[in-house]
Design a protein around this ligand. Structure first.
Ligand SMILES: [Zn+2]
Length: 203
């Protein structure tokens, strides 16, 4: 079953009875692994994991979508706005282990601009759920496209996946890169400007 695609009308992850049921399932896994739940290090693990999941999967929580204020583009700014190297942590929907890295988001406005702090809030909202890097990339691009109606959007995400690094072929340090392009970013010179801004060193 796929995790919800966009803005779920999700469960209340912090409801005590739900946390208790999640803890019960974690306890079941630990028991099936043959672990001694009397070990002091495991005694509270079921509840700790339940609370941790509520935090890591906060994007599923009802009402967790960030309130995004969009401002009128009064200066008629028409060049690229980029927020780069925004860190994020997410959980792979296939294996429930982390993938993490950086996102680079850019758009060219029409009539609306976005408060700069909102980029990371949008990214976090979609990252905090069982997720695929490809879908995360598309969801962030779609969100910016539908809220801002810009001339174009580009999202690039670079991430390391622990399900790749810790198991199977064990390619430690491999980086997966995904991108999503909307509107004017389909034109090569615009994409080149994006890459040029991306390569620039920190101020
Ligand atoms: Zn995985």
């Amino acid at each position: 079953m796929c995790p919800p695609n966009d803005t779920p009308g999700g469960p209340d992850l912090l409801a005590p009875d739900r946390l208790e049921r999640i803890a019960g399932h974690v306890r079941g896994i630990l028991t099936e692994l043959g672990l001694d739940l009397g070990d002091p290090n495991l005694a509270e693990t079921d509840r700790r994991v339940a609370r941790m999941y509520a935090e890591m999967f906060h994007g599923l929580q009802e009402g967790s979508e960030p309130a995004i204020t969009v401002f009128p583009n009064e200066e008629r700014y028409s060049a690229m706005v980029m927020e780069k190297r925004i860190p994020f942590y997410s959980m792979c929907a296939h294996h429930l282990v982390p993938f993490y890295g950086h996102a680079h988001l850019a758009y060219i406005p029409n009539d609306s601009i976005l408060g700069l702090s909102k980029f990371s809030r949008i990214l976090e909202f979609y990252a905090k759920r069982p997720q695929l890097q490809e879908r995360l990339t598309e969801q962030v691009a779609n969100y910016l496209e539908t809220r801002l109606h810009p001339q174009g959007v580009m999202v690039v995400i670079e991430a390391r996946h622990l399900c790749v690094e810790m198991r199977g072929v064990k390619k430690a340090g491999a980086v997966t890169v995904t991108s999503a392009i909307r509107g004017i970013f389909h034109q090569r010179p615009v994409r080149e400007e994006f890459l040029d801004l991306l390569r620039r060193t920190e101020p």
